[in-house]
Ligand binder design. Structure first.
Ligand code: NAD
Length: 357
């Protein structure tokens, strides 16, 4: 790593980074708290086999920063945080590991509240909840709201429709060619909405089982090999796997006029790739704006869960997406910058409210 951890924290504006280690369960986790101006930092726990500890740190820092923006733009009174556990999801999961991790979360006294993310499930949250109350996304039979992914997928779907309206003048997705990259928790629900809306759906995933399950459920989807996705003609590219897939290489090849997906941190570098997309005439739906449905859902557990209210709040993503596109046009900035500006304005306004008697 070129910069020290503290340099990175300063550059990205983090408050706290917590390293958690337990030799008995094999737990190695990093909890990143980016900003608690609006409230406690809520963000999921990702389990991933990182190539290096440095990669894990950078991922935790980037993801937690994204959560600050996501909560702020969604009108939630929550800060941004995220945690990563380093390990192979097929090998490391155990009750001991989750409960030990739960104890670490608990030691932060509610400054960080966890939930699911890549490779972690409502079942895992159930174990965590045995050691701390600062966990959301626990199963419905335990009074929680369960898997947040259907809400995330619905938010992405409405954000995609708003993007269609921007590009084609109406928000119908009927007949549009949409490539969903990653048909995991969020991706497969998104495929369902798209099929229902009459889109022609293409899917790609590195996991053959996920491909098989999706094809069996939605017979009309077509499978595309991972190496070929940026060579195909499509109307919408929906990244629903991991981040940084929008980069120099993919932008050079991409033929879709819209990018709208669930993955966090889709732009490899927002300062380079945000403007590059504008230059190529591609409408980019800011990731933290349209993938906020899951956060909106789990956060509702904190003030008494109500599904209708959650759905109403997720639907607001449609208008907010159009609002961002208008702001970007007016200010002559790229869409991600416009979304960040709106979130930063709210953070500054609430910081000022809180600093006064
Ligand atoms: P998941 O792990 O269930 O699904 C991810 C899928 O992507 C898996 O099927 C995996 O095999 C596939 N994948 C990984 N690398 C790939 C590649 N190079 N090419 C194609 N497929 C690949 O995760 P998820 O919960 O569906 O989340 C997907 C993305 O959305 C993540 O970036 C996550 O951070 C983000 N997100 C999820 C939620 C949520 O509610 N689950 C909320 C906000 C953002």
């Amino acid at each position: 790593m070129q910069s020290s951890v503290f340099d990175l924290m300063q550059q990205m504006g983090h408050e706290q980074l917590v390293f958690c280690h337990d030799p008995y369960s094999g737990l190695n986790a990093i909890i990143a708290i980016h900003n608690t101006t609006l409230g406690p930092a809520l963000g999921g726990t990702r389990l991933w086999n990182y190539n290096s500890h440095q990669d894990a740190i950078v991922d935790a820092l980037r993801l937690s920063r994204g959560m600050t923006y996501k909560a702020a733009i969604s009108g939630l009174n929550l800060g941004g945080g995220k945690a990563v556990i380093i390990g192979d999801a097929a090998k490391v999961k155990s009750e001991g590991l989750w409960r030990r991790y739960g104890k670490f979360v608990d030691s932060l006294n509610g400054k960080y509240i966890t939930a699911e993310d890549v490779n972690t499930s409502a079942r895992d949250m159930e174990y965590i909840s045995l050691e701390t109350q600062h966990v959301t996304g626990v199963p419905e039979y335990m009074g929680g709201s369960g898997d947040p992914s259907p809400f995330t997928a619905y938010g992405v779907f409405v954000g995609m429709k708003a993007s269609a309206k921007k590009v084609w003048g109406n928000d119908s997705l009927s007949g549009k060619k949409v490539l969903v990259q990653g048909v995991g928790h969020v991706g497969h629900y998104l495929v369902g909405h798209l099929i229902e809306a009459g889109a022609k759906v293409y899917i790609s995933d590195i996991n053959e089982t996920k491909i098989k399950e999706t094809v069996e459920k939605y017979r009309s989807v077509e499978v595309v090999e991972g190496s070929k996705i940026f060579d195909m003609e499509m109307d919408i590219y929906a990244p629903c796997a991991l981040g940084a897939t929008v980069n120099d290489e993919s932008i050079a090849k991409l033929k879709a006029p819209i990018i709208a997906g669930a993955a966090n941190n889709q732009l490899a570098d927002e300062n380079i790739h945000g403007p590059a997309l504008v230059q190529k005439g591609i409408v980019y739906a800011p990731d933290f704006l349209i993938n906020a449905g899951g956060l909106i859902n789990v956060s509702a557990e904190l003030d008494g869960y109500n599904r209708e209210r959650v759905m109403g709040n997720v639907e607001k993503i449609y208008d907010r997406t159009l609002e961002i596109y208008n702001l970007a046009e007016k200010e002559n900035i790229h869409n991600q910058a416009a979304a960040m500006r709106l979130a930063e304005n709210r953070l500054a306004a609430i910081a000022s409210v809180k600093s006064r008697l």
